[in-house]
Design a binder for this molecule. Structure first.
Ligand SMILES: Nc1ncnc2c1ncn2[C@@H]1O[C@H](COP(=O)(O)OP(=O)(O)OP(=O)(O)O)[C@@H](O)[C@H]1O
Length: 219
């Protein structure tokens, strides 16, 4: 479970206060994947980062009773000078997992071939995305945090494998996904919220959330 209680967050831009969240309260239980629809620049990444514990709220409380992942695409924990193999084994140890298993799983899923043993600094953005996604799934969390959907790589084989692996993981795990597009949420979220001007409106179904979102972004 992850819970926000009266959470507020804003940034001072030098000219004005940009409100990301104003007194938001909600709870995501295990088994109830949740999506947030929000326009670009409204605070998707900030909210996901707060869920992961990478950013602090200004006010309020965030409670986690489950193993919550780092956000998909977050590369803060990896070292560019080291290879995917070295990073995977090191991070496995930090999480108290078997390095051989984490290495074998990520090597298989990311499909980087010989580049798996090259430093991450030599990777393209797509290759980094493939490695970070593989690592996220290898680490076995209860709740996965996804900012703007799956990595859209040009490697069709990876996209298929990654989709299958995520679906399999979601049979036992929960996903929280934030996106500016309802289409991205459709595959994953059962309930959903809409973020608009710092207010988070929660709905039991994605369909209801879509109606408000379409109305507020197109109306
Ligand atoms: N540390 C910061 N200091 C000042 N402003 C910030 C800071 N971090 C984010 N912002 C501002 O807060 C707003 C929300 O940022 P955030 O990255 O969370 O939005 P987003 O919805 O994920 O954006 P995008 O859709 O472009 O990825 C933006 O206007 C951004 O410029």
């Amino acid at each position: 479970m992850i819970e926000f209680k009266n959470v507020s967050k804003s940034f001072w831009t030098g000219k004005q206060r940009k409100v990301i969240l104003d007194q938001a309260s909600f709870r995501v239980e295990l088994g109830q994947s949740f999506g947030i629809l929000a326009p670009n620049g409204s605070g998707k990444t900030t909210i996901i980062n707060m869920m992961a514990g990478l950013e602090k709220p200004d006010e309020g409380e965030i409670r986690r009773t489950s193993r919550v992942s780092f956000p998909l695409g977050f590369m803060g924990g990896v070292v560019s000078k080291l290879s995917a193999k070295e990073n995977a084994r090191y991070i496995a140890q930090l999480y108290g997992l078997d390095p051989d298993y984490i290495e074998a799983y990520t090597r298989w899923l990311c499909g980087l071939e010989e580049y798996y043993d090259f430093p991450l600094g030599t990777y393209s953005a797509g290759m980094r995305a493939r490695f970070s996604f593989s690592l996220l799934l290898a680490l076995d969390f209860d709740i996965y945090l996804i900012d703007e959907g799956m990595p859209q790589t040009t490697d069709a084989e990876f996209n298929r494998k990654a989709g299958d692996a995520l679906r399999e993981r979601l049979e036992s795990a929960t996903v929280i996904i934030v996106s500016h597009q309802a289409k991205t949420l459709e595959k994953f979220a059962s309930s959903a919220g809409v973020l608009r001007d710092g207010q988070l409106y929660i709905f039991d179904t994605l369909e209801e959330a879509k109606q408000l979102y379409d109305y507020s972004t197109q109306g």
